[in-house]
Design a protein around this ligand. Structure first.
Ligand code: AHG
Ligand code: MN
Ligand code: MN
Length: 325
């Protein structure tokens, strides 16, 4: 459910809610960095085909996946913006093998984990893509090292994502509140369009790649059969866009482990954790089928995880079916 839209800008919202507050000291600068990066990328994405920005770079990333031009550009864009924010100590990024350290002064008090371009397979075909960010407060008492960002999702202080879709939206969550801002193409600014978002009561949608059916264990086959009853399947293939639709309209997304993706396909630190945080703040849930994903102690920046995310009743229904199978 959402409340009516307003003409409050993202800057005004951040000034009121974060600036000068003890809990969110400097968070506005991190959010502006995300918003500025999204503005830059939005232009590239809209002109992608015309500027020759589509297609692959010919390189393979740390996940063994082919790197698209926009994967590389988005990574560079957000790394620069987050560095320039002067508030981010360290970044972990899907496209970069090791964490990148920006600085360890007292004001470098945030750690950001990001998937700069989610939905790479949709870049070349004019379908929604996005960017995902998990934001942790740095532990100032400890010196920075590559393990500094291996923190459970429950310790996030904020999370944000962008969907470059039929319009471009930025969603920002902090404890207990999820807010959506929409970019006005005329001035490039983000305006608050939905405040205090919570999942609706109805659950018309479920999102799953059912091309994987033959690789699922029986419990998942049964859980998806149950979801089919009275619901429509919607699967974009960009997690962030599927998640956003299910958040606003009601539903659940699952990408569980299977015989090919034995530990799941999606990434814990910069896909499951940030979106899981948003889901929980909106009254939903996130699980790997056994435990709350936000409680997982990570061991590796790029580790994968089975993901069930969305409406709380549906997430619990799926967990129950897996347990009883
Ligand atoms: P990315 O583009 O960051 O690598 O992420 C792609 C992910 C996710 O967005 C999507 O839900 C999933 O891959 C789709 O996987 P399948 O093509 O196997 O369905
Ligand atoms: Mn992704
Ligand atoms: Mn990506």
């Amino acid at each position: 459910m959402t409340s009516p839209s307003t003409n409050i800008t993202l800057s005004e919202f951040c000034e009121v809610n974060y600036k000068g507050s003890d809990s969110y000291d400097g968070l506005e600068k991190v959010i502006y960095a995300v918003a500025t990066g999204a503005q830059e990328l939005e232009r590239e994405i809209r002109n992608g085909n015309l500027l020759g920005m589509l297609g692959s770079t010919g390189n393979v990333n740390v996940q063994g996946e082919i790197v698209q031009h926009l994967d590389a550009l988005s990574s560079d864009t957000f790394v620069k913006q987050l560095k320039d924010s002067t508030r981010v100590a360290m970044v972990g990024c899907e496209e970069i093998e090791h964490p990148v350290t920006f600085g360890d002064s007292e004001q470098h008090n945030y750690i950001v984990l990001m998937d700069p371009l989610d939905g790479s397979s949709n870049i070349d075909v004019a379908v929604s893509i996005g960017s995902i960010f998990g934001i942790w407060k740095r532990k100032n008492s400890k010196p920075l090292n590559p393990e500094s960002l291996l923190r459970p999702g429950v310790e996030q202080i904020a999370a944000a994502y962008v969907v470059y879709g039929s319009c471009t939206v930025l969603v920002v969550a902090t404890k207990g509140t999820v807010n959506e801002f929409t970019m006005n193409p005329a001035d490039g600014n983000f305006y608050l369009t939905s405040a205090n978002i919570t999942y609706p009561n109805k659950t018309p949608y479920y999102s799953v790649n059912d091309g994987n059916t033959a690789k699922w264990v029986n419990g998942i086959v049964q859980a998806v059969d149950d979801l089919r009853e009275g619901r429509s399947q919607r699967y974009i293939g960009s997690l962030v866009a599927d998640f956003h639709r299910n958040l606003l309209k009601g539903g659940v997304f699952l990408y569980t482990a299977d015989t090919k993706n034995t530990v799941g396909r999606l990434r814990l630190m910069y896909e499951a954790n940030p979106l899981g945080y948003v889901s929980v703040q909106a009254g939903g849930a996130v699980s790997d089928g056994v435990m709350d994903i936000l409680d997982i102690q990570p061991f590796e920046l790029h580790q994968r995880v089975p993901l069930i995310i969305g409406d709380k009743r549906l997430v619990n229904q799926i967990i129950k079916t897996i347990k009883n199978s």
